[in-house]
Design a protein. Structure first.
Length: 271
């Protein structure tokens, strides 16, 4: 990746963290990308993280292991979630969010559990775990939809799992298009399409989707940053600068504005 691309992504990462963490498709860590990518999995409803959880528990020091065992015995799922979050293991924390969902059995908590599994993918250091995380997420999103069939966010997230974590990516795209038929002005839907387009190198389609986001919600100014990134990938410096200027003119973040102005200056000097 060029120094320029790294810098613009740094700006985007700092200013649009919610989008990058909670909407954008996940990319494997650089070291992992050099190896063979994880194989997409066939859809399964029985996937679990038992093997990974068992290994992690065995590796705890005696004091922490005793604390963990007490929480397990008490079925204190909120505390178990916090326990693994503290150790930076969101994958294992997700297990106990799902356990809580089994107890409460509400659409909201099942959706939360699905999100936890889905977003844990980007933090996983074990490529064999990634397909399992997607499978667990899909199970939870399906449970959400069984209780709340009109939950658009769950439909979008389930579709994203199909695209990123199964052997049937086009089934995911079809699910997204079904949502678009009835809710084309859904920002999350348009962003999901846009990020998948970026990931597949279809930059013109991505640009069109990011522009659609701005049409739907003119206050969603982070879309300008993603447009800048897309134009940068196309080596379109003029449009990159224009999008950055539009973001800078709208943001109230003084630090962000200064960083963008520095970057624009660099772009102009290099051209």
């Amino acid at each position: 990746m060029s120094a320029k691309r790294s810098q613009i992504l740094l700006v985007i990462g700092a200013l649009a963290l919610f989008v990058l963490l909670y909407i954008a498709p996940k990319a494997a860590p650089a070291a992992q990308q050099k190896e063979e990518s994880h194989a997409p999995a066939a859809v399964s409803t029985n996937a679990t993280l038992d093997v990974y959880a068992g290994t992690a528990a065995k590796n705890l020091d005696p004091v922490k292991k005793q604390q963990f065992d007490k929480l397990i015995a008490a079925k204190s799922y909120d505390s178990l979630t916090t326990f693994w979050d503290r150790f930076k293991r969101p994958d294992l924390a997700s297990v106990y969010v799902e356990e809580k969902a089994k107890q409460a059995n509400t659409a909201d908590i099942w959706y939360k559990a699905g999100n936890r599994y889905y977003y844990a993918v980007q933090f996983s250091q074990d490529k064999t775990e990634i397909p399992v995380l997607y499978q667990c997420a899909m199970r939870c999103f399906n449970k959400t939809l069984a209780l709340d069939p009109k939950n658009t966010d769950a439909k979008i997230m389930l579709a994203s799992c199909y695209v990123e974590g199964t052997q049937s990516p086009m089934e995911g795209i079809s699910k997204l298009k079904e949502v678009e038929k009835t809710d084309s002005n859904n920002v999350k839907l348009q962003l999901t399409f846009a990020f998948f387009s970026v990931k597949s190198g279809q930059l013109d389609k991505a640009i069109s989707r990011f522009k659609k986001v701005i049409e739907i919600d003119s206050n969603y100014i982070e879309a300008y940053l993603h447009l800048a990134d897309a134009y940068e990938r196309q080596s379109n410096t003029a449009m990159t600068i224009e999008m950055l200027q539009k973001y800078s003119a709208r943001t109230n973040d003084v630090t962000a504005r200064l960083e963008i102005e520095k970057y624009i200056k660099q772009l102009k000097e290099q051209h």
